[in-house]
Design a protein around this ligand. Structure first.
Ligand code: OAD
Ligand code: ZN
Length: 251
């Protein structure tokens, strides 16, 4: 199966990757669902909805500052690095991610579509102000503060620039992801439960247009019924092996 997957990728014309929280599990970032998933310990409707933020911004900011700190210490793992490597080799044309953790960018992926935002960005709830706390060098001081963060332009409350339950996805990112899926002949799906829409449409678009679906996951997911090849196991281990075999095939 691994050899077959390597061959299909090496021979593909326009392959894209679609990733979820499972690709970052080996970097020490908890996934949302499954054993020990975040949503086992916390209720998303109290932490990740616009209503929750209106009701209790202190609690929501406490949760996001905690996650920012955790994610800020995490490093890309072999799966992120392998995807960046495959892009350099010309095998993968783009990475479409549901993750907000920035690890694909840190690993060197260039064409990256973030469907659910980025946890290191904040934006104003009133004006157009946006800031990337990593780029502005303010992440540490931001995490140390306990009071609610306010906009340097208009003084209104800042919020994390991520997509919450019940909110639309950023239009440009979703458009680009759909366009990529429509022209792609192979999608490599890694570490997602594949049940959160509209993101979960993406592999289905590729499939409906006659493309191949290869999935890597430690267990079956919502995508598994439509896959051509299922590689069961940890993303880091499997991607490491896959990139080696593709490299040999392309020599
Ligand atoms: P989930 O937590 O729903 O799913 C993680 C998937 O990764 C599961 O299918 C696991 O089996 C798999 N997995 C865990 N460890 C793995 C490993 N080491 N290697 C490979 N696979 C592994 O995360 P997502 O599918 O990303 O939404 O969740 C989708 C969306 O729901 C998230 O983007 C987030 C969440 O609520 C928003 O923030 C809007
Ligand atoms: Zn403002």
């Amino acid at each position: 199966m691994m050899n077959k997957a390597a061959e299909l990728l090496a021979r593909s014309r326009f392959a894209v990757a679609f990733t979820g929280a499972g690709i970052s599990a080996e970097s020490g970032i908890p996934t949302f669902r499954g054993f020990n998933g975040l949503w086992k310990h916390y209720r998303p409707e109290e932490l990740a909805t616009p209503e929750a933020f209106r009701r209790n911004p202190e609690l929501v900011w406490e949760f996001y500052r905690w996650r920012m700190g955790l994610i800020g210490k995490a490093k890309p793992n072999r799966a992120h690095l392998a995807l960046a490597e495959l892009e350099k080799m010309g095998v993968i044309k783009a990475v479409i991610t549901q993750n907000v953790d920035d690890l694909h960018r840190e690993a060197g992926s260039r064409r990256l579509i973030e469907l659910h935002g980025n946890i290191f960005r904040v934006r104003c709830t009133s004006c157009a102000y946006r800031e990337n706390l990593k780029d502005s060098g303010r992440l540490e001081s931001f995490l140390r503060e306990e009071k609610l963060p306010s906009c340097p332009i208009c003084g209104s409350l800042l919020r994390p620039d991520v997509v919450w339950f019940g909110e639309p996805l950023p239009v440009n990112a979703l458009d680009e992801a759909f366009r990529l899926a429509e022209r792609s002949d192979l999608i490599l799906v890694i570490g997602t439960s594949g049940i959160v829409y509209p993101a979960a449409y993406i592999p289905r678009i590729v499939k409906d247009r006659g493309g191949m679906v290869i999935e890597i996951n430690t267990e079956e997911s919502g995508i598994t019924p439509i896959v051509d090849i299922f590689l069961m196991g940890k993303a880091g281990e499997i991607m490491n092996e896959l990139v080696k075999r593709i490299g040999e095939l392309m020599k």
